[in-house]
Design a protein around this ligand. Structure first.
Ligand SMILES: [Mn+2]
Length: 251
């Protein structure tokens, strides 16, 4: 089948832009179509490196969550990582599970069943955790809309640490011990469209930093975050584009 590409054309001198950025006029036009207007943005888009990725500690509650998680690890508490059944949720779960084990903690995982449980935390999963003597629930790629389930977990004596990237519900941020989400309006992170695994990776980095663990111990975290960015269909701009481009090289 013969493909014919028609590139949207908004106004601009693409010959000149292409020369300025060192790319073809077609690439310059595609960049404009994706809303890249500033030179610094263009530079990041074309040549941004890992060093340009923002520090996870800028995510709201990240420092708080890492402190609580680190304490739970030191106290030998039973931590359960609860993710999601899609690629993002599975990658995020893998990152946290490995990170906690590397930090010397006691962790296991639960992925909700797509048919039986549906998406995210539910009463069955919370009650099961309590029966299994879980002391700390750590979510990834879910939890921001689980106020009821978080309350139940508290009633059953568990601590709840949330990491998520879905929109904050109208009722606001749920009352967990920590809620890390780049979509929070109080987020100081300049880039908000991270996938759940990228959030987990940034939190894991902060945990390693706190505990003096070299980040290079788990180079696969970067690759998992890159994979999940693509499969969760996150916009390929800003940090996501860097994550995916560098992640593909690593993969
Ligand atoms: Mn996701």
């Amino acid at each position: 089948m013969e493909e014919k590409w028609v590139i949207r054309r908004v106004g601009g001198d693409y010959e000149e832009l292409g020369r300025r950025y060192g790319v073809s006029p077609v690439i310059a036009r595609i960049m404009r179509n994706r809303g890249i207007m500033e030179d610094t943005e263009a530079e990041l888009f074309l040549r941004g490196s890992e060093a340009a990725l923002s520090d996870g500690k800028l995510l709201p509650d990240c420092i708080r969550l890492v402190e609580l998680l680190s304490k739970a690890i030191d106290e030998g508490r039973h931590i359960r990582v609860i993710g999601d059944y899609d690629v993002d949720g599975v990658c995020a779960t893998a990152i946290f599970f490995e990170a906690i084990k590397t930090a010397g903690g006691k962790a296991d995982t639960r992925i909700p069943h797509r048919i039986r449980d549906g998406y995210g935390l539910n009463e069955r999963i919370i009650r099961e955790a309590a029966e299994d003597k879980v002391e700390v629930i750590l979510t990834c790629d879910n939890g921001i809309s689980a106020a009821g389930e978080i309350k139940l977990a508290h009633e059953l004596g568990m601590q709840v640490l949330i990491t998520d990237h879905h929109s904050v519900p109208r009722e606001g941020v749920p009352e967990a011990e920590a809620v890390v989400n780049p979509q929070r309006i109080d987020s100081e992170c300049s880039f908000k469209e991270l996938c759940g695994a990228a959030v987990a990776w940034k939190v894991a980095q902060a945990l390693f930093e706190k505990r003096g663990i070299p980040e290079k111990k788990h180079p696969e975290f970067f690759e998992l975050a890159a994979l999940a960015t693509v499969t969760d269909v996150m916009p390929l701009k800003g940090e996501n584009r860097i994550l995916v481009r560098e992640g593909l090289k690593k993969l």
